[in-house]
Structures are given as C-alpha cells and as structure tokens.
Ligand binder design. Structure first.
Ligand code: CO8
Length: 258
C-alpha cells in the first residue's frame, strides 16, 4: 500500500513511523489511521523496536482531524472512534516495544496515540492534553482508559474535564513521559534507547511486555502465575542459553531471537 501521510523507514532493527500531514499539524484523519493500521500489519519482521513520531518541529499529532469529525452522526462517530482505538490497540499489542518520540503537540488523539506506545519521550516544546470536552466530545481513542492508567484517576480527570494542556516538564512530573530532551536531540535519544533494547533478548522483551500489559487487568495471583509461566518459557529459548553462557564466560551475548 502506498502511503500519503506516513513515512516508514527501517534503520537496522529499528522501524520508524513518521506521521506527516503538515497542513493540519499531523491531525489523524481516517486515511492516516488506515495507513497506520496497514503499516503495523506489515511491519518488517526484522524490526525489534518501533519508534513513532510526527513530522516537523511543532507537532507530534494535534488530535483527530476535526474537519473530518465535524459532520459525523452517532453511528459514524462510533465507527471513527473504533477505527482509531483499534489501530492503537494493535500498536499496544505488538510483540516489540514501541517508543513515542513526542516532538510537539500531543493533543486529543495525539496524546492517545502516545499513550498506546510502551514508552514516551518528549521534546521540550511538547504539550499533552485531552481537549475533547471543549469540542463537545470525549476522548474517543481510549484516552479515558489509558490516561487514568498512566497518571492516576485524579490527574486524568482534571486533564479531561478541564481540557488543560500540560507542558513537557509537567508531563514528566506526573509520569506521562519518561524523559524530556531538546527538540534537536529527541530522535537521537529515541534511537539510543531503541538500540539498548535491540541489544537484549527479543523473546524475553516480548514476554516482559505481555506480563506488564496483561497484569494491569489481572488479580495478583493471576498476574504472578502469568509471570511464572513466561519465566519458565524463557528456558526454552536459545537466547536464555546464550545470555547466561555469555555472562559466565565474560563475553557479550549475541541474541538471535530464538
Ligand atoms: N484537526 C484538524 N485540523 C487541525 C487540527 C485538528 N485536530 N489541529 C490543527 N489543525 C489545523 C488548523 O486548523 C490549521 O489549519 P489552517 O492553516 O488551514 O487554518 C493548521 O492545522 C495549523 O493550526 P493553527 O493555526 O491552529 O496552529 P496554532 O499554532 O495556532 O495552534 C494548536 C496549534 C494549539 C494545536 C491548535 O491547532 C489546536 O488547538 N488544534 C486542535 C487541537 C485539538 O483540539 N485536538 C483534539 C481533537 S479531538 C480528538 O483528537 C478526539 C480523538 C478521539 C476521536 C474519537 C472520534 C469519535
């Protein structure tokens, strides 16, 4: 599929998706959402980390496209919400880590896209917010679910009810992002983090991601049992043998993802 609004590049084992709709500050219309969906489905098998960012120095994603949403009826609104939520859930469930490199506005659907990623890092000019109630709608790409998970219900409710956007330093303070960098450094730092992940055992990382994701919605006993199961399964992998052999022989491991 040819993409009009999405650039897909692979640098070694790191795939980079750049959302590019400069006229609307990378707002998500249904074409972009379908392109993202297709790109996730067709992600290079060699990719061990995915970085998602926005084009330019002003905006990651300024929300869902308001001009497209303005005339939707109830059924169409439901379907548009479901389309975005479905793509974001696919991103969340990818077996590899996904880093959001938030290079500016992450509003509405932009904040929701960043929250579907495993890790968020931001440029110092980034702004996060859920301004939907000011447009007469609610966060519709799973923002009510994920924001409360990430920052707690109290702060999520304040952000969603007031629509107030927060700056990168406040996002850092409340745990919405892991780190803040100067704009010019952001992609380099994202790539550096990706390379550190790539150096580790891919199956172990995918198991850790599954345990962390699923344990949120499980009781303690089930979450601990899931971890026990995945921990045991690590011992079926060549990479566990390689990692421990390398440690014992004081050499660097060479993981193959097997
Ligand atoms: N949708 C469509 N166009 C947009 C959007 C958007 N979300 N954001 C910006 N644009 C367009 C502007 O209309 C403008 O176009 P034009 O040049 O043709 O007038 C262009 O981008 C540049 O924007 P501004 O001139 O406004 O730039 P500023 O630097 O002055 O302001 C802001 C930047 C603060 C980001 C401002 O553009 C803004 O407030 N944008 C809207 C932010 C917003 O409300 N986002 C949330 C949208 S709702 C949403 O995301 C819901 C998700 C769930 C959907 C569920 C569906 C059922």
């Amino acid at each position: 599929m040819e993409y009009s609004f999405l650039k897909v590049e692979t640098q070694g084992a790191v795939a980079v998706f750049t959302i590019s709709a400069p006229k609307s500050l990378n707002a998500l219309n249904s074409t972009i959402l379908r392109e993202l969906d297709d790109a996730v489905d067709n992600l290079d098998d060699a990719a061990r980390v995915l970085i998602i960012t926005g084009d330019g120095e002003k905006s990651f994603v300024a929300g869902a496209d308001i001009s497209e949403m303005a005339h939707l009826n109830e059924q169409e609104g439901y379907e548009f919400g479901k389309l975005g939520a479905g793509v974001f859930r696919k991103i969340e469930l990818l077996p590899i880590p996904v880093i959001a490199a938030v290079n500016g506005f992450a509003l509405g659907g932009g904040c929701e896209l960043a929250m579907a990623c495993d890790i968020r890092i931001a440029s110092d000019n980034a702004k996060f917010g859920q301004p939907e109630v000011g447009l007469g709608i609610i966060p519709g790409f799973s923002g009510t679910y994920r924001l409360a998970k990430l920052v707690g219900q109290g702060f999520a409710k304040e952000m969603i009810y007031t629509g107030r956007a927060i700056r990168a330093d406040e996002a850092l303070r409340v745990g919405l992002v892991n780190a803040v960098y100067a704009q010019g450094e952001l992609m380099g730092r994202a790539m550096e983090m990706a390379q550190r992940i790539v150096a580790n055992a891919p199956i172990a990382i995918s198991f850790a991601k599954k345990c962390i994701n699923e344990s949120y919605d499980l009781g303690a006993d089930e979450a601990i049992e899931l971890e026990n199961e995945k921990f045991g399964q690590c011992f079926n992998t060549a990479d566990q043998k390689e990692g421990m052999d390398a440690f014992l022989k004081k050499r660097k491991p060479a993981f193959t993802g097997n």
